[in-house]
Design a protein around this ligand. Structure first.
Ligand code: UDP
Ligand code: MG
Length: 309
């Protein structure tokens, strides 16, 4: 019998933990037919509500439900990593607990694995029910990523993905601290089948991602999978050198022809402000990469578990 490991990150999800289980178990018949065993690994990402209690209730009912509970909130990326580390399955799937990743797609996804794919990924083709400004920036982010990163990062891609053991082992071999799973999936490669579905709105509870949290996350994604911003610093530097050279030639020629009227003090201040601004901006970019490198060098664990079931 083959084993399917289901990784479900939860952060303050007391309302949805049980619903997810019920919905997932609707596939039981399919699993029996395919002679598939399952294990559900709920990762409690330092929830402050009754999430842990809810998971324990399920564990008492069904021994195939497991839990890893973090000592604090480490973020969804860390939760997924912990899930990969604990999963024993031949196939591994990551899913959100809020049922935005419909478990009913699993049979179709399995079909593709049987056809020889290593991974079946999902993307939503609509963003119905999402705030407009959020969708707008999300689209811009993916557009930008496609331009500046060699790693394939697909617009609308969800973290809902069914993978073979081999692919998960490859993901686990990437021990980086600043994790951006969407990029990691693309980076490790393997034959991936994309399936599309319409956006499903969250059943209960509220989203755990504020606009700012998403913005910072997207910047992390850019830094983890592209060094293009570093090149910006050099390019702007070169542009300003060329500009300065032209200006020097212009001023020398003007002084030789018209004498030196000592004007242009205000414009000088403007240029000074502009150039120092650009310099600080570029230094900031370098600083961001340096800070990421600093965190990597520390080799801190990606998560700390407080309790495991
Ligand atoms: N999540 C998590 N840690 C966090 C934030 C979110 O484990 O710090 C989980 C959350 O419980 C859910 C999934 O990640 O299962 C997706 O979060 P959410 O539905 O809030 O995001 P959205 O779908 O709105 O992008
Ligand atoms: Mg959600």
């Amino acid at each position: 019998m083959k084993l399917l490991s289901v990784i479900v990150p939860c952060y303050n999800e007391e309302e949805t933990v049980a619903d997810f289980y019920t919905e997932f178990m609707k596939n039981k018949e399919f699993f029996d037919k395919k002679e598939l065993d399952y294990e559900i690994i709920y990762i409690d990402d330092g929830s402050k509500d009754k999430t842990v209690e809810e998971i324990k209730k399920l564990h008492d009912m069904d021994e195939k439900v497991h839990m890893v509970s973090f000592s604090r909130n480490f973020g969804k990326e860390a939760a997924m990593f912990a899930g990969f580390e604990h999963a024993k399955g031949d196939y591994i799937v990551t899913m959100d607990v809020d049922l935005q990743d419909p478990p009913s797609l699993l049979p179709e996804m399995f079909g593709y694995l049987e056809e020889g794919y290593d991974s079946v990924a999902t993307r939503r083709v609509s963003r119905k029910g999402e705030p407009m400004i959020r969708s707008f920036f999300a689209r811009r982010f993916y557009r930008l990523m496609q331009k500046i990163s060699k790693t394939e990062i697909v617009d609308g891609a969800r973290d809902y993905r069914l993978m073979t053991r081999q692919m998960v082992d490859a993901i686990l071999s990437m021990k980086e601290y600043n994790r951006f799973t969407k990029g990691i999936y693309g980076w490790v490669g393997f034959k991936t089948k994309w399936i599309e579905f319409q956006n499903v709105e969250r059943q209960k509870g509220t989203t755990k991602w504020s606009f700012w949290k998403l913005l910072i996350y997207s910047l992390e994604g850019i830094m983890a999978f592209s060094t293009a911003p570093l090149a910006i610093a050099s390019i702007i530097g070169i542009l300003f050198c060329v500009l300065a050279f032209c200006m020097i030639v212009f001023i020398i020629v003007r002084t030789l022809i018209f004498g030196d009227p000592t004007s242009g003090w205000p414009s000088m201040i403007c240029i000074l402000c502009l150039v120092s601004g650009v310099q600080l901006f570029c230094m900031g970019i370098v600083g961001q990469y340096l800070s990421k490198a600093y965190m990597e060098v520390k080799k801190r664990p990606i998560y700390i578990a407080r309790e495991e079931l």
